[in-house]
Ligand binder design. Sequence first.
Ligand SMILES: [Fe+2]
Ligand SMILES: [Fe+2]
Length: 189
Amino acid sequence: MATPQDTALRHASAADTPVLQLDTQALEAVRSSTEAGAALPGDVAWRNALVKLLNDSLATELVCVLRYKRHHYTAHGLASTAIAEEFAVHAAEEMGHADRLARRICQLGGEPDFAPATLLQRSHAAYDEAPALKEMIHANLVAERVAIEAYGQLVALVGDKDPTTRRLLEDILADEQQHAEELQGWLTE
Ligand SMILES: [Fe+2]
Ligand SMILES: [Fe+2]
């Protein structure tokens, strides 16, 4: 038979151990929800705000594709060949980022904005037509740093509210950090 001390001990250890269990109220809310389709994070206003931010990032990626493409085709000289090829690699990776953002925007019930007329004004990063290789590298490095800052802020804003979008943003952020490191390396070579 349990003594009063045993009972007190059991209560004490239960209070000390963190509870590891699912939120059954949240599960019930989903079960009884009348909203059709895929489960979406946040409410409509939050999703609309997120879609707007993701569209700004999409515009940034598209401007980065154009800038890297321009640099790929206009970097001349023997020393430029390897770097010009890397500009093409970066352009392809920025296009991959654009595709992933566009897909996520659609999943969130939004529309990806590819309108060319407003691309530059919606982009965080600038376009660049510098003639010399060193200036090109510098312009790309600045653009990558801007992207890193923007994605870092986005990750913090999304927080735990939308893990799928946050993972996507963290993936892209890691790529941009790698781009910046490569560019920084070429500048200091
Ligand atoms: Fe990118
Ligand atoms: Fe990048």
